[in-house]
Structure formats: structure tokens, C-alpha cells
Design a protein around this ligand. Structure first.
Ligand SMILES: Nc1ncnc2c1ncn2[C@@H]1O[C@H](COP(=O)(O)OP(=O)(O)OP(=O)(O)O)[C@@H](O)[C@H]1O
Length: 584
């Protein structure tokens, strides 16, 4: 893998994508058939217009009576009215079907993405995933809302109009067909040339998003290591690739339209010349020749639209394939093993690395006894957060095993895992909604007294009491902004409500300030009482309160023992301890 070729999620073949779309449309077959009938009615009504106009031309041309005009004029009025009424109803029905199918598809894809282990998503790239569920969903959505109904209408209109022309005079219909080779030429070229170009455009956009997410996500590290110019260069390269891919795709569209206009010119010219000749030979009336030309001109819109839509359908198919590709990332099957005997955590010979990267954990052996609190201490990058994520079952080791009460985590179902072990990471997320809703994410049936009890245990009652609407106050995006300490307390309260036997905590005291950190330490101590706990300690006071401290360096455990013993042993912990005491 080169530096500039990130791993992305899989892409489905157009056939697989169409199959999934078909499945999403299946529950709405009846509404779709009704909408199709209404559309056919609309086009059918429009077919009466050219002959009626032709008849009017004949009446005027031959100096007919004024009363003769009534019939064609009534036909014109009724056909226009029916066309108008049916078309608005038909569009509405089709748009509804499209929206419902899209909602189903979006739920399927998002549901699958959420059920995937974090490692699978990280391997493919979160930027790529974001681009798929935003850009690609928009493209498919636009196609289903507008493109798909217009495509149906154009196809019906084109076929029926050619039928109307043939019913008028088969020779004039044949004359119109002279344009077909131009349309076929354009469509064939477009269908063969454009799919890879549109797929490349989507891929380039995905890679650009991926690069932006990487750059913004690693903002601090990039600044600290002065990697800004390098990341700017990479972003430039990917943006340039996306720009080139877009221009190539647009070029084929221009080529396509030039062929279509050639078809229109040839078809109309031939119909007019043959019409004039037939009139001259006395084989057709001026009105019939006019109607034939009008029929052919009525083909411009549907064919132009079909052309336009081929572009949109191609582009939407490429997006749909990327969306459906998410369904192809298989969640590693987790059959559900036996209930753990107890809450002993046992790590044996654990080795781990991210995606295809080097090992960041090596030969980790660790046993945490039921009820024991173990603190992980070490320099930044030593592997503490990674080890915590493995113990919470988020990642699986490359080698070695992690067991809870004798049951390997890898063999436990996600539900069992979530029931036994809860992880609180440094970046706590407060979901948009009321505070009570946010807390009930941990236990949907939690009663208000239980919620209040949990808030009291984590020390959040005083500030929650001051919120304008108490538990019904809206928090998260667009709502009341919680401080980092408050957000951590909410995460701890969620843990209390979920009540797991094992707690894994990545201490987030860095942003809390020293008063906030002390407050959080006290909240944590109350929540962890009685549970088996592994905590990543960023402050040595947290480590000093644990039963055992484990020191990590370069992905290995280099020292462990009770903090009071380690402080005087003269090893890495006592060095850290003394340095910290001196700097206080
Ligand atoms: N998502 C990731 N993808 C690739 N490498 C990663 C990822 N997360 C961490 N690493 C790498 O794994 C190693 C261990 O990182 P980890 O975050 O576990 O260390 P840490 O001891 O928790 O550091 P800190 O105290 O800064 O959080 C580091 O070299 C880091 O760059």
C-alpha cells in the first residue's frame, strides 16, 4: 500500500446494488404500480394533442367552417386538463414510493454500520464511511426523489409518442427513427465510458473526505510534530485527484449531449422533408405532416431527460454501490459463549496493532481479580488506551487471548459483552435529547428515582438541580452545553444505570482542571466500588488510589504492583512518583 492509497470500504457491483434497491422497493410494489398507471394515463392524454393541432391546421388551411373547430379545440382542452391533473398525482405517488424505499435502505445501511465492530470501520476509514452516508445518500436520495420518476416518465413518453407517430403514418415514424443511431451511439458510449469515471469520481471524493477527517482528527499531533505542510500536500493531492475525476466525468456528459442534438436535428429534418414530400404527392395532409413534426418535437424532452438521467442514474448507481458496499463488510460472527464464571479478567500473550500497522501491544500478560482496581500508567503512546479498548472488547488481539471469567471475549456476543463490560472513553459523547433520554440510553426502563439516585452517586445532583427543566433539559447538539466534568459525570451515571460487573475507564481529567479532576476522582471511586475495574490513569493520585498499578512502556508491561510498594521500589513507577511529588 502506498502512502497515498488509503484502505476504503468495499464497493458493491451495480447488480448487487440494484438487487438491494429492488428489495427496498418490494414492500411498495402496489403504490409503485398505481403510480406507473397514472403516469401512463398522463402520457396517453398528451398523445391527443398533436393530432388535434394537426386537425386545426387542416381546417384553417382548407378554409373549413368555424363550427368544425369545436371538436379539436375540446379535445385539446380536455387532454391538457387530464394531463395536468394526472401528472401532479402521479409525481406525488412516485416521490412517496421513492422516499419510503430510501428510508428503508438508509436504515438497513446505518443499522449495519452501527452493528460493525469499531475495528472494521477504522480499517475502512471513518472518513470514507462519513462520505458514503452523507454524499452518497444525498445522490441516491436525489435520484429516487427526482431522477427515478422522471426516468419512468421519459421512458413511457418516448415509447408511447413513437407509437402515436406510427399510428398517424408509419412512413413518418420510420423517418423519425433515422435519429436512433445517433441516440444509440451516444448512449452506448456513455454507458460504457461513464460508469468507471463516475465510480472514480465518487472514490476520489471519498478519499478526499478521508484525508480531511485524518487531518482534522489528528490536528493536535499534526501541530505538535510540525506535520502541517505534509498534510496540506496530501490534501492537495487528493483534492486535485477529485477535481480531475469530476472534470473527466463532466467531459463525457458534454460529448453525450452533442450526439443527442445531432439526433434531434436529423430526426426533425427528415420528418419535415418527408412530410412535405408526402403532402406534395397528395399522400398526407398539411395537418398530418404538422402533427408528425409535433410528435417528433415532443420526443425531445423525454429523450433529453433520459440522456440527462442516464448521467444521474450512472452517478446514483455508483453512489448506491458504495452505500450497499457497507453491507458487505461482515461483522465477525460472535456466536455467544458460555456465561463467565466470575469477573476475573485474564490477558495472555496479547499482541495487537491497528489495521496493517506495526504491533502497539506486545506480550501483555495480566490478571485482574474480581473487585480489583488496576490503574494503567505510562507515557503518551505507551498503549494504555489501546489495552483498555481491547479489554472492553472493541478490538480483538492479533495473538493471545483475553478472557472474562474463563470465557474468551472474542467468543461472546456483543450483547453479552455490553452487559458485562462498560467502557468510558476520554471523549464522552452527550447525545442530543433531554438529559433523561441521554441517561436512559444505558437502561431504557430506568425509573426517575433510579436516574436521580445515579446522578446523586456521581455527584451531579447539585448542578442538575439548577438546570432550567431539570431532567427534561435538552442537552447535546443544540441544547444546554455540559462542561467536560459534567459530561464525564453523565457517562459515569450511565454506567451506574447499566450496572456492569467490569468497568473500563479512560480517565479524562486532562480537560477537567485540578478541582474538576478531584471531583471526578471522587465520583469515579463511588461508581467503581464493588466492580472489577481497569482504569487508564493520567494523574498519579488516581493510580495511588488503585489496588494495583501497571506501568506500560512501548506496548509492554514493564512493572506492576501495589502503588505504595512500587513508590519505594526504585523502578519506573517510583521515578514517576518522585518526579510528580517534586512538581506539585
Ligand atoms: N486508531 C489508531 N490507528 C493507528 N494507530 C493508533 C491508533 N490509536 C493509537 N495508535 C497508536 O498506538 C500506539 C498506542 O497508542 P495509545 O493511544 O494506546 O497510547 P496511550 O498510552 O493511551 O497514549 P495517551 O496517553 O496519549 O492516550 C501509539 O503509537 C499510537 O500512535
Amino acid at each position: 500500500m502506498t502512502d497515498l492509497a488509503p484502505v476504503t470500504l468495499p464497493v458493491a457491483t451495480p447488480r448487487q446494488a440494484r438487487r438491494i434497491l429492488g428489495q427496498a422497493l418490494r414492500p411498495h410494489r402496489r403504490a409503485a404500480s398505481l403510480a406507473l398507471m397514472v403516469l401512463l394515463g398522463t402520457v396517453g392524454a398528451g398523445l391527443f394533442i398533436p393530432p388535434a393541432l394537426g386537425t386545426l391546421v387542416d381546417i384553417v388551411y382548407t378554409g373549413g367552417r368555424r363550427a368544425e373547430l369545436t371538436g379539436p379545440l375540446v379535445t385539446l382542452a380536455v387532454a391538457t386538463l387530464v394531463q395536468g391533473v394526472l401528472s401532479s398525482g402521479g409525481w406525488l405517488l412516485i416521490v412517496q414510493v421513492g422516499e419510503k424505499a430510501l428510508a428503508g435502505l438508509r436504515e438497513t445501511v446505518l443499522g449495519h454500520a452501527l452493528s460493525l465492530p469499531q475495528a472494521e470501520i477504522e480499517r475502512g476509514g471513518t472518513g470514507d464511511l462519513v462520505s458514503r452516508v452523507s454524499n452518497d445518500v444525498d445522490k441516491v436520495s436525489e435520484a429516487l426523489r427526482r431522477g427515478f420518476p422522471q426516468f419512468l416518465w421519459s421512458a413511457c413518453a418516448a415509447v408511447l409518442t413513437v407509437g402515436g407517430l406510427a399510428a398517424l403514418d408509419w412512413r413518418l415514424a420510420l423517418a423519425g427513427l433515422v435519429s436512433l443511431p445517433f441516440y444509440a451511439w451516444a448512449a452506448r458510449g456513455y454507458l460504457i465510458v461513464s460508469p468507471p469515471l463516475f465510480a472514480a469520481e465518487r472514490r476520489a471524493e471519498g478519499e478526499r473526505s478521508q484525508q480531511l477527517v485524518e487531518t482534522l482528527g489528528g490536528f493536535r499531533t499534526i501541530q505538535a510534530l510540525l506535520l502541517g505542510p505534509r498534510h496540506l500536500r496530501r490534501t492537495d493531492v487528493r483534492s486535485e485527484a477529485a477535481r480531475r475525476a469530476s472534470i473527466k466525468a463532466i467531459d463525457t456528459t458534454a460529448w453525450f449531449f452533442s450526439r443527442i442534438h445531432l439526433g434531434e436535428l436529423t430526426g426533425t429534418g427528415t420528418v419535415l422533408v418527408l412530410g412535405a414530400w408526402l403532402v406534395g404527392a397528395g399522400d398526407a395532409t398539411v395537418g398530418e405532416a404538422t402533427a408528425a413534426a409535433l410528435y417528433f418535437i415532443r420526443l425531445y424532452d423525454p429523450i433529453g431527460l433520459l440522456v440527462n438521467l442516464l448521467d444521474e442514474v450512472q452517478s446514483a448507481t455508483a453512489s448506491l454501490s458504495r452505500l450497499v458496499g457497507i453491507l458487505q463488510v461482515e461483522a465477525t460472527a460472535r456466536p455467544g459463549g458460555p456465561e463467565p464464571r466470575d469477573t476475573t479478567l485474564t490477558l495472555r500473550g496479547v499482541r495487537f496493532g491497528y489495521a496493517d500497522g506495526p504491533d502497539v501491544l506486545r506480550d501483555v500478560d495480566l490478571v485482574i481479580r474480581p473487585g480489583e482496581h488496576v490503574a494503567l500508567v505510562g507515557a503518551s503512546g505507551a498503549g494504555k488506551t489501546t489495552l483498555a479498548a481491547l479489554v472492553a472488547g472493541i478490538h480483538e488481539p492479533r495473538a493471545g487471548s483475553i478472557e472474562l471469567g474463563g470465557t474468551p471475549l472474542a467468543g461472546m456476543s456483543r450483547e453479552d459483552l455490553a452487559r458485562h463490560i462498560t467502557l468510558i472513553s476520554q471523549e464522552v459523547h452527550v447525545f442530543a435529547g433531554t438529559l433523561a433520554e441521554d441517561l436512559r440510553l444505558a437502561d431504557a426502563d430506568a425509573t426517575e428515582p433510579r436516574i436521580r439516585e445515579a446522578l446523586s452517586l456521581v455527584g451531579a445532583s447539585p448542578w442538575v438541580g439548577l438546570l432550567p427543566d431539570g431532567l427534561d433539559t435538552r442537552v447535546g447538539t443544540g441544547g444546554f452545553t455540559l462542561t467536560p466534568v459534567q459530561a464525564q459525570q453523565i457517562a459515569l451515571a450511565r454506567m451506574v444505570l447499566r450496572n456492569p460487573a467490569v468497568a473500563v475507564l479512560d480517565e479524562a481529567t486532562a480537560e477537567a482542571g485540578s478541582a474538576g479532576a478531584r471531583e471526578l476522582e471522587a465520583s469515579m471511586a463511588r461508581v467503581l466500588a464493588g466492580r472489577t475495574a481497569l482504569l487508564v490513569a493520567h494523574r498519579l493520585t488516581t493510580a495511588a488510589a488503585a489496588d494495583r498499578v501497571v506501568i506500560m512502556r512501548d506496548g509492554r508491561i514493564v512493572e506492576q504492583g501495589p502503588p505504595s510498594e512500587l513508590a519505594t521500589r526504585g523502578g519506573p513507577y517510583s521515578e514517576l512518583w518522585h518526579a510528580w511529588q517534586t512538581n506539585r
